[in-house]
Design a protein. Structure first.
Length: 329
């Protein structure tokens, strides 16, 4: 998403994660990293399930089809937008060829225009490792992504569960499916001047995301959608427990809404993954403020230049259990 919003919002210092520990990534043959000597990915590179998941990553990031992509032209002036809309009304789009830097693709700094995810291979590997870890340790709960764009990471969540024959957990897919909200600057000053809501590329419809799940034959009863603004949908979502929370919400408000509604439902031993911590100062501040307010001192682990995660070590407190109770009709 970074190319799409580069001109619309300020980015954080990419070196700002230098004090966050780096999880042990190590280049291997093929397209994946390991996460330590005992990594599931390192041990199962020839297992059918792992081969399937590596293929899923290549498809979701669209790297199977070369280094040249066609990116839609997005213009901001009234008349140029009018021209583009006239083309769009006839089912046409104005595009330009663009060569993708593979090193940037690997850690999500670059992404192919037709890809179903922007997050890069490191963050996909981290997502796989975290899911497989909670499965191995039998941490109870479902999986959720808050902020899904075209659905790629959520699709991969369902793929990991299917690869391991897990049918008792649900993947929750939460998004407005209409882009990001306009900033509420008085209530959330950290979002002052935020322009994510003006970026058309971030608005992907529910129909398109459902269609992307169908392309991979992964749209089933174990995938449930939560359309709407996080402040409205997540507190009332019929989720009892979670084993993994992945947040890609960009803004202070959206990140805070997701953490406040979902963290109380996270089981001890479950994971929180935040996509934007190193790249967007508002998202980083939301995470830091939340952790301070809740007294969370679990160690932050760095995935790449922007993504971080932590594992919840403490059991649910009394107020957490109350907040995690299913909503009354």
């Amino acid at each position: 998403m970074w190319r799409a919003i580069e001109a619309a919002t300020h980015l954080g210092n990419l070196d700002s994660l230098e004090n966050v520990p780096v999880f042990d990534f190590e280049w291997q043959s093929g397209i994946h990293f390991t996460m330590g000597e005992n990594s599931t990915m390192a041990r199962k590179t020839e297992e059918p399930a792992d081969l399937y998941l590596q293929l899923m990553k290549a498809c979701l990031t669209n790297v199977m089809y070369g280094d040249i992509g066609f990116r839609r032209v997005s213009l901001r002036t009234y008349w140029k937008r009018w021209v583009l809309n006239r083309f769009a009304a006839r089912g046409l789009a104005v595009v330009r060829p663009q060569r993708i830097d593979r090193s940037g693709w690997f850690d999500g700094r670059e992404w192919l225009p037709d890809a179903h995810t922007m997050i890069g291979m490191r963050r996909l590997d981290n997502l796989q490792e975290c899911i497989e870890d909670v499965l191995e340790r039998r941490v109870p709960g479902d999986l959720i992504e808050a902020g899904v764009w075209r659905g790629g990471a959520s699709i991969f969540m369902r793929a990991v569960l299917k690869a391991h024959g897990i049918e008792g957990r649900t993947v929750w897919v939460a998004d407005s499916f209409q882009g990001l909200p306009s900033p509420s600057e008085e209530e959330y000053p950290a979002d002052t001047g935020d322009l994510h809501h003006t970026v058309d590329d971030l608005a992907v419809s529910l129909q398109e995301v459902r269609g992307n799940f169908e392309r991979y034959d992964l749209l089933d009863a174990r995938v449930r959608f939560l359309p709407g603004w996080f402040r409205d949908t997540l507190p009332r979502a019929p989720i009892e427990r979670l084993a993994l929370i992945r947040i890609d919400a960009d803004m202070y408000e959206s990140t805070t809404n997701a953490l406040e509604a979902l963290y109380p439902r996270l089981s001890a031993g479950g994971y929180v993954i935040v996509d934007d911590y190193g790249g967007l100062p508002a998202a980083r501040k939301a995470v830091d403020d939340f952790r301070v307010a809740k007294g969370i001192d679990d160690e932050l682990n760095r995935i790449d230049w922007t993504g971080i995660f932590w594992r919840r070590s403490a059991g649910a407190r009394a107020d957490d259990r109350e907040a995690a109770a299913p909503p009354t009709p």
